[in-house]
Design a binder for this molecule. Structure first.
Ligand code: GSH
Length: 217
């Protein structure tokens, strides 16, 4: 059982929302008990504290629950933000990018990735939808690079990169032969980073009443 000495984070390794939460937590070095879940068989405790049934879910020691990935990122950065990811002066720009990522790009990404579930159009059609987002990010990287808002990574990069990774990996050969060279470099340096490696350990699914994994270790 958890002794409530650390917050509990319900997570799923490959979920881009859970990845962004783990990125902020690992960066801020706030220790949590990580409980890897199986999406088809969600733990009762997780559903009891967050009935909507999505990951990530964070439960703090005082019982408070945070079950939106961006809110978990802000919580972690509020505790420790050593390299200024929050970039308060550009908060509106960061929020707008995250909003567009989550509300416009993500639905297109889902249609592209699972095109067989959306037979109204071809997979190429959905990929072209995704490309509007690629064009926007590429132009930001050209203007500001190597990160979206300048020379240092911010919350915007870390909130968006897991989704770009998922999209690129639908057909990596295609992505790598496109003209989005800044985007390709942005993504590959993320995938090669120590931080990315730290958030992607392969861990067994949490078993009810068992101990989660201390994260970051
Ligand atoms: N708005 C939520 C979305 C989280 C989300 O949709 N997570 C997906 C996994 S990537 C999920 O848990 N889906 C529920 C399911 O597949 O059963 C957030 O930002 O945390």
């Amino acid at each position: 059982m958890n002794d409530l000495s650390r917050p509990i984070l319900y997570s799923f390794r490959r979920c881009p929302y859970a990845m962004r939460a783990r990125l902020a937590i690992a960066y801020s070095e706030v220790k949590v008990e990580l409980r890897e879940i199986v999406l088809r068989s969600k733990p009762d405790h997780m559903l009891s504290i967050s009935p909507k049934g999505t990951v990530p879910v964070l439960q703090l020691q005082d019982g408070k629950v945070i079950d939106e990935s961006i809110d978990i990122m802000h919580w972690a950065l509020g505790i420790n933000d050593p390299n200024g990811w929050s970039l308060i002066q550009q908060r509106a720009e960061i929020d707008a990018l995250i909003y567009e990522n989550d509300c416009v790009f993500k639905p297109s990404l889902d249609r592209y990735k699972y095109a067989d579930r959306y037979p109204e159009h071809s997979q190429e059609h959905y990929r072209t939808e995704c490309e509007s987002w690629f064009i926007k990010l590429e132009s930001l990287l050209v203007k500001n690079g190597p990160h979206l808002l300048g020379t240092k990574p911010t919350l915007a990069d870390m909130a968006l990169l897991p989704f770009m990774r998922q999209c690129a990996h639908v057909d990596l050969d295609w992505f790598e032969q496109t003209q989005y060279h800044h985007l390709q470099r942005w993504l590959s340096s993320f995938k090669e980073s120590e931080l990315f490696k730290r958030i992607m350990p392969k861990i067994p699914a949490w078993e009810m009443h068992g101990e989660g994994i201390t994260f970051p270790d």
